[in-house]
Write a protein that binds this ligand. Structure first.
Ligand SMILES: N[C@@H](CCC(=O)N[C@@H](CS)C(=O)NCC(=O)O)C(=O)O
Length: 208
């Protein structure tokens, strides 16, 4: 089984963390979907990473689906099977995913030539991120983990989203959201998180 993705994609990082946490045998193939000769469009019609190539040559894509698939392969599930805990975990995953989408959309706008950038488009994404942070601060408890008092998909999704802010939209969110800051200091110190930090952030001390 092969996981295709870039070293900077937070969507890919969710899977890399999960694979390490569950000790799943999966080769990581570094591929930038933006490269002209990238193989990704031949694997995923949407041209995006992550892509998972199974041993029977079937291809799966979309990080939320891949989390479900890989979590079902081995070991104790990181996603609760049912009930309120499952709903909570799915909502944290949706929140984290939405934060990634907003941070990526903001980055794409900021990468356009200065004269073509729309400040209102950037502000719109920043407001989504600010509201999501406020929501997460209020919804997170004081424990080390978000759901059922044990590490799971919710922690991967929010942890990756918060560290992606530090990578692509660095600002002092920790001053306003001390509970999230403290929670991330614990999650971000896990070996799976340390081993998958994007280039340039590998040795950054937490909290940043
Ligand atoms: N909803 C997708 C988003 C994946 C995504 O946007 N990946 C980016 C890299 S961070 C990508 O491959 N972009 C290339 C493109 O959109 O052409 C997921 O969760 O897997």
């Amino acid at each position: 089984m092969k996981l295709y993705g870039s070293l900077t994609s937070p969507y890919v990082r969710k899977l890399r963390v999960l694979v390490q946490e569950k000790d799943i045998a999966c080769e990581f193939v570094v591929e930038n979907p933006h490269d002209a000769d990238s193989s990704i469009p031949h694997l995923n019609p949407l041209g995006k990473v992550p892509v998972l190539l199974l041993d029977n040559d079937e291809v799966l894509f979309e990080s939320t689906l891949l989390v479900e698939y890989l979590d079902g392969l081995a070991g104790a599930p990181l996603m609760p099977a049912n009930g309120p805990a499952r709903l909570q975990a799915l909502r944290w995953h949706a929140l984290g995913q939405g934060m990634l989408d907003a941070t990526v959309a903001r980055l794409m706008e900021m990468r356009r030539p200065a004269e073509k950038q729309l400040p209102e488009a950037i502000a719109r994404q920043e407001k989504k991120i600010a509201r999501a942070l406020r929501f997460a601060e209020a919804a997170a408890g004081d424990g080390a983990y978000l759901v059922e008092n044990r590490f799971g998909v919710a922690d991967i999704a929010l942890g990756v989203a918060l560290e992606y802010l530090d990578f692509r939209y660095p600002h002092d969110w920790r001053a306003s959201y001390p509970r999230l800051a403290q929670w991330l200091a614990g999650i971000g110190a896990r070996p799976s998180f340390l081993a998958t930090r994007p280039p340039g952030m590998e040795t950054a001390a937490a909290p940043r």
